[in-house]
Design a protein around this ligand. Structure first.
Ligand code: PMV
Length: 321
């Protein structure tokens, strides 16, 4: 019986933003994330007697343009491990786009784990992280639960994620605030490339991340929630400053994004625990405590009519079901 692999998505508290090697997805800096329990991808790989892979996503057959990235990735895996089998991939995404998360982190982590299972590769979690990274950088972190650090490394073998604390006893929850509007998307790949190439602040970002990683790890060890919140928000804002200072300038923010940032500042002035983090899109994820979350959620929903909110808690690493 071939088991299905399940991988959960993660939110970066210290962001990965910029590759020093595009093909291998080697980042300029380490990054650090929290795995989430609400959003995950289930993937099963079956060896087929064919010379092409076929991919079903949410029970729909993907056509060649839709799944080019997945097909290229499967080819990479065949080259890595020197086998020639082709697969039917059945993947179900429990990461609704309406929840404001990209599915690439859980998607490529689940795919790497599914191939490991079907081909009996017996990969260690470190090797699985390397394999997942080749699909999508952030996927390297979804192999583990809880707090995870992706160590940048300098080649394929040295760039992988490691667990920091997989089951942290810490009072943190995440409120995802999804802005119900469709803006033109700039992929994270293109956004990073433009930031690296043309933001005069990019070298400062590399320096900043190395000190913020150290600080946040210390804050995690000490369960210093306020420090974790402050560093995470500052890191996210600094990443978005790279997009604004690129040439040409661009931003992932929508008008509502700024409005939510302002509301979070207001909530803090009222004494509530709330810090913002934002990925390559307009939605805002609010880092809360169990106590502050319902109040933050009610306030945001009262102030803004056209948003949806979703709650997530700390989640586990790769599972086989
Ligand atoms: O792995 P990608 O290509 O989806 O890039 C992820 C980029 C951010 O989500 C903005 C940051 C991160 O570290 O996850």
């Amino acid at each position: 019986m071939t088991r299905t692999a399940r991988a959960y998505t993660n939110i970066a508290l210290i962001k990965y933003w910029g590759k020093k090697n595009q093909q291998l997805k080697l980042p300029y800096t380490n990054s650090l994330s929290l795995t989430l329990d609400r959003f995950y991808t289930d993937t099963k790989a079956t060896i087929i007697n064919a010379d092409k892979d076929i991919v079903y996503l949410n029970d729909k057959l993907l056509d060649n343009t839709q799944n080019k990235r997945i097909l290229n990735y499967l080819e990479t895996i065949r080259n890595f491990y020197s086998f020639s089998d082709h697969f039917q991939i059945d993947s179900v995404n429990h990461v609704p786009t309406s929840a404001g998360f990209a599915s690439s982190a859980s998607g490529f982590a689940a795919l790497a784990a599914a191939i490991n299972e079907t081909k009996k590769l017996n990969l260690s979690r470190r090797e699985m992280s390397i394999l997942a990274r080749n699909g999508s950088g952030s996927a390297s972190r979804s192999i583990y639960g809880g707090f995870v650090e992706w160590q940048a490394g300098h080649d394929n073998a040295s760039s992988f994620a490691v667990p920091i604390d997989e089951t942290p006893d810490i009072d943190l929850s995440l409120l995802s605030v999804v802005i119900n509007q469709h803006s033109k998307k700039i992929s994270s790949t293109v956004g990073m490339e433009n930031s690296v190439k043309s933001s005069p602040f990019y070298p400062n970002w590399v320096t900043l991340v190395s000190s913020e990683i150290k600080e946040i790890k210390q804050a995690i060890a000490q369960k210093d929630l306020q420090k974790i919140g402050e560093i995470s928000e500052h890191n996210a804002m600094s990443m978005h400053a790279l997009t604004l200072s690129a040439d040409p300038s661009f931003t992932y923010f929508a008008p509502e994004t700024i409005r939510i940032i302002q509301l979070i500042q207001e909530l803090r002035r009222k004494g509530l625990f709330a810090y913002a983090t934002i990925d390559a899109g307009p939605n805002v994820k609010i880092i809360c405590t169990k106590e502050s979350l319902p109040k933050v959620q009610t306030y945001i929903e009262q102030q803004l009519s056209d948003v949806t909110t979703v709650v997530a808690n700390i989640g586990p690493g790769i599972q086989y079901i």
